[in-house]
Ligand binder design. Structure first.
Ligand code: AMP
Length: 522
């Protein structure tokens, strides 16, 4: 039986691991590194590059280098998140006929699932080359706050890469699994995950082999890139003041500035001062212009302190949802590269009055946890570990007068199933529309719309008489199925929350075929 792997498909970097004996081990990429940039690039010669090769030529080929596609996967083009991404990302995005996002490369429109599929194909290939055997199945991690569309889309990406997804698990849960198996102790744990693009806080209780998530919260638009952007803005503004030139308009210069800003930020986690030198950043009739600036750790903290502060109310909410106080937390696990920033560590230590663990590699722990889970699922050894995850959003339906009726509350342990009875508002109504929503607002229109479907053929009766049972079911991957049933007639209608978004089965099949017939060039 072939080996299975765990994949942390990150916004900026991805990591793969497998279980050797009882210990999770990271699988290096073809260049021997533990993490691989989640970047795909298309060269003018028609070649497709993934990982380091793609990242290396991002400066000279910014509009055909797809970075941070995880920010787009499973999202609608007209969502606020995509609107923000469009301002930041150097490549072009368009709206798909179903409202999803497509990345434009030359004249081709490519789905984020396909781009993620290319990254996963590369990671699969690295694992096959390292382990010397073909890999068919994996556990893939996603941020805890990922909604149904984003989870479905991630699964589709894996299918494109030729991987069977054994389970989609939440990144913080995976981290706690890797930590818990190593530490083998009972504890209340906070997993603070600040990666390249997203922030998650998860509170768990580990008791022997049971890993129970108590609550989770997060911000899908808070991550390391926001820190980089603050440095970029500071450099560009300063340059504008001095030279009256707006480098935001110069794609090539901007890409160089971004890279230099990120490098300086990383350096300042270990030093107090960093030089940012960018010779020949642009040229004018009066000659070439250069950037030569000094950034100190203190200045960086002033530029980004509010971003770190933004995590605090989210931690407070997750603790309140768990009915715990900061002092109740015994272990703090840091995940994501941005947690290396000393200010982040200080804020967390001050808040919990406990130091986070120093002996855990924040870039690798999620993939390691995924590897453990993949081995458990493959060997059907569910008794080894029981993972009790939760749903990160409340889910429900729209009722009369723009009211939102929650059916499954956020932080409910999954898998879960709940049925609630509803009725008609008009006499002889033969149809009801079930509008499935996600969110916490009592006003229906202020929540996120996931799908709509009709139950047609209800037995005519006076208003308020028919009983329509609406059932929400969330599986272990966090994927939702909704059904509605007219109790009187037994008429039933059900959907997997898919049709309003994502690739259709036909589209997915066509992409898979295309990938099989065109082997990737890495
Ligand atoms: P991840 O998505 O977990 O791979 O996190 C990547 C993010 O961590 C990027 O924004 C990196 O710039 C950031 N990062 C990596 N190393 C460091 C470091 N030493 N100090 C601060 N941020 C870092």
């Amino acid at each position: 039986m072939s080996k299975v792997i765990g994949i942390d498909l990150g916004t900026t970097f991805s990591c793969v691991a497998y279980l050797e004996g009882n210990r999770p081990k990271v699988i290096p990429n073809l260049e021997g590194q533990a993490t691989t940039p989640s970047v795909v690039s298309f060269t003018s010669a028609g070649e497709r590059l993934v990982g380091n090769l793609a990242l290396r030529q991002a400066i000279t080929n910014p509009d055909k280098t797809v970075v941070a596609v995880k920010r787009l996967i499973g999202r609608k083009f007209n969502s606020p998140e995509v609107a923000e991404a469009r301002q930041k990302l150097p490549y072009q995005l368009v709206e798909a006929p179903n409202g999803d996002v497509r990345v434009v490369v030359d004249s081709a429109e490519i789905s984020p699932q396909e781009i993620s599929g290319m990254i996963l194909s590369y990671l699969k290939m690295c694992a096959e080359s390292f382990l010397g055997e073909s890999i068919q199945a994996a556990v893939i991690t996603v941020p805890a706050h990922f909604n149904d569309h984003q989870r479905q889309a991630t699964k589709d990406a894996a299918k494109i890469a030729g991987l069977e997804v054994l389970r989609v698990i939440n990144e913080p849960t995976a981290a706690s699994l890797a930590y818990g198996l190593e530490a083998k102790k009972n504890a209340k744990v906070a997993v603070f995950d600040l990666g390249g693009g997203t922030f998650d806080i998860t509170i768990l209780e580990i008791q022997d082999t049971v890993f129970q998530v108590l609550a989770t919260n997060g911000n899908s638009y808070l991550g390391g890139e926001d820190f980089d952007n603050r440095i970029v803005a500071w450099l560009v503004e300063d340059f504008k003041k001095e030279h009256k030139i707006d480098l935001f308009q110069d794609k090539l210069a901007l890409q160089r500035i971004k890279e230099a800003a990120e490098r300086a930020k990383r350096e300042l986690s270990f030093t107090y001062e960093s030089e940012i030198n960018l010779p020949f950043i642009c040229s004018t009739s009066a000659g070439s212009r250069h950037i030569n600036k000094r950034l100190t750790r203190k200045m960086l903290e002033e530029l980004t302190g509010d971003l770190v502060q933004k995590t605090i109310p989210l931690i407070e909410q997750a603790l309140a949802d768990s009915r715990l106080e900061p002092e109740d937390i015994q272990e703090i696990i840091l995940v994501g590269g941005q947690t290396r920033m000393p200010l982040v560590r200080k804020k967390i230590t001050d808040f919990f009055r406990t130091k986070p663990r120093e002996d855990i590699n924040p870039d690798e722990i999620v993939a390691m946890g995924a590897a453990i889970q993949s081995a458990i699922l493959k060997n059907k050894r569910a008794e080894l570990v029981v993972l009790l995850d939760v749903t990160s959003h409340s889910l429900g339906i729209e009722t009369e007068n723009d009211t939102y009726q929650q059916i499954i509350e956020r932080n409910t342990t999954i898998p879960t199933k709940k049925t609630m009875p509803f009725t008609t508002v008009e006499g002889n109504q033969i149809r009801v529309t079930i509008h499935v929503l996600q969110g916490e607002n009592r006003q229906a229109s202020r929540n996120k719309s996931l799908a709509r479907f009709d139950l047609i053929g209800i037995q005519p009766a006076p208003a308020g008489v028919p009983q329509i049972d609406v059932t929400f079911e969330i599986d272990a991957d966090g994927i939702l199925k909704v059904s509605a049933r007219d109790v009187m007639t037994g008429l039933n209608q059900e959907i997997r929350i898919h049709p309003s978004s994502g690739l259709t089965a036909g589209e997915l099949e066509a992409i898979i075929k295309k990938h099989r017939s065109q082997p990737q060039s890495f």
